[in-house]
Ligand binder design. Structure first.
Ligand SMILES: Cc1cc2nc3c(=O)[nH]c(=O)nc-3n(C[C@H](O)[C@H](O)[C@H](O)COP(=O)(O)O)c2cc1C
Length: 204
């Protein structure tokens, strides 16, 4: 599959099936490792979850945190639990999950908040670049995947289940498997809606 085809045909696949070997994931993880990163600090870490029991514990911990948030928002307990249960089912039924994490270990240290924030955002951007490489490479290997943002909302719960140290941030969960659906591409904005030339607001 060439790059253009991979970019255009990759979809977020939420129905995943099959059994995956560790070795089938190595090439996509290699692709993630070759992403660009600020200062070449490579602030990504990947936690591959192959054990179904660990995957279930993670899904349940994230669901519990989500239900708490929804109830605090005023959502009825039953509706909150129904939404969270759907998410547990999606994660548990996916053969593999990869927690994409961020570390500031090799990023630059600054005394002021303005530059600390910029440095943190550079790390987030670098981790996102790695995650996109991962998604494209999984797709090129014939695998399906979906980027889930849930860990961002309950980093402590995720750390607790997986033993992730306090200076490493779980940023995303990528579920992986053989695609069991072929969703249509969600619409994209036209290029002329998102592109300006020379000055903000000037259309091509
Ligand atoms: C940062 C980020 C967070 C996302 N979080 C979720 C999520 O929590 N649940 C989900 O089902 N999809 C999630 N997605 C997938 C998007 O919904 C999806 O990429 C978008 O709708 C476009 O569809 P496509 O990936 O098939 O082109 C996320 C994607 C990104 C980049």
């Amino acid at each position: 599959m060439d790059l253009w085809e991979a970019i255009k045909t990759r979809r977020s696949i939420r129905k995943l099936t099959g059994e995956l070997s560790f070795s089938s994931l190595l090439k996509p993880l290699e692709a993630a490792r070759w992403a660009p990163s600020a200062h070449n600090a490579q602030p990504w870490r990947f936690l591959l979850i192959l054990d179904p029991q660990v995957k279930r514990s993670l899904a349940e911990a994230m669901a519990e945190a989500w239900v708490k948030d929804l109830i605090a928002d005023g959502v009825e307990k039953e509706a909150a639990e129904k939404a969270a249960y759907r998410s547990v089912r999606m994660i548990v039924s996916s053969p593999v999950a990869i927690v994409v994490c961020l570390t500031m270990e090799d990023m630059q240290k600054y005394p002021d908040e303005r530059r600390r924030r910029a440095e943190y955002l550079m790390a987030v951007q670098s981790v996102a670049a790695a995650a996109q490489n991962l998604l494209l490479a999984l797709h090129a290997e014939g695998l399906g995947a979906c980027w889930l943002c849930a860990p961002l909302f309950c980093q402590e719960a995720v750390r607790g289940v997986l033993g992730i140290p306090s200076d490493v941030e779980p940023q995303a969960l990528v579920i992986v498997g053989r695609p069991a659906e072929s969703p249509l591409p969600p619409p994209r904005r036209q290029l002329n809606e998102v592109l300006f030339i020379n000055r903000w607001g000037v259309k091509p």
